[in-house]
Every structure is written in C-alpha cells, then in structure tokens.
Design a protein around this ligand. Structure first.
Ligand SMILES: [Zn+2]
Length: 125
C-alpha cells in the first residue's frame, strides 16, 4: 500500500492528520488502527509535518477566494502554492517537488489540500 493510499483511506474514513506545532498527531479511526500501527512511521517520513499548516492556509485562502467569487465553473480550483513551478509530469502539481510516476501531488500537499477542504465551511452544501 502506498502512502497516497494510506492518506486516502485515512481521510475517507473520517481520520486526519492534525498538524499542531505543539502536538502533531494522526486521528485514526478504530478500524484503521492495525493498518496504521504497521505503516505510520513510513507515512510520517513521507511528509514535511512542519510545513502542513502553511500549505493548508495557502490552499484555504484559495478556496475562500474561489467560493467568494461565485465558484467559477463550480469546479474546485487546482490548489497551488505561490511560487510553485509550472505543472510538469513527475512534479507535485501544488508545490513542484519530485513525485513518483503517475502521482499528481506529494503527500505533504495531499494532506494540506484535504485539511483545507475539510476546514472550509463555505464549501458546505
Ligand atoms: Zn507538493
């Protein structure tokens, strides 16, 4: 199972990564505990924990701007960090860091996007 799969399973089951500077932690639903006991260290190595709050805030701002603009096209915008390079195969679409074949977003950006989407009340309904 890839770290991308772990993140998808975690958020799809109501879990999340709380990137609190004092006490970063994974909130893991009971049914996923065995899976995460086995894979938590690998997941944590794949992310830049300290940068998740900054990325989440940048993506949250973009979502807010989009929501306030009347949701142009009603398609959630591609969330990209300021100063990220132009999109290119093999690079994270949000930050430009190198990613594996067929992967669009690095794990740090993936979690930050999911946190921004989950924390944006304007996207409800
Ligand atoms: Zn990234």
């Amino acid at each position: 199972m890839t770290t991308e799969d772990l993140i998808t399973r975690l958020y799809g089951s109501g879990g999340k990564l709380v990137a609190d500077a004092q006490r970063p932690r994974l909130v893991i639903p009971a049914k996923l505990k065995p899976l995460f006991i086995k894979n938590k260290a690998r997941l944590m190595r794949s992310i830049l924990l300290h940068d998740i709050p900054r990325r989440t805030e940048a993506f949250r701002r973009q979502l807010r701007t989009w929501a306030e603009s009347g949701r142009a096209g009603d398609i959630v915008p591609t969330l990209v960090l300021p100063n990220a390079p132009e999109p290119k195969a093999g690079l994270c679409i949000s930050c430009g860091t190198k990613v594996g074949p067929g992967i669009w977003r690095c794990d740090t950006c993936r979690i930050s996007v999911l946190n921004a989407l989950a924390e944006n009340p304007q996207l409800d309904g």
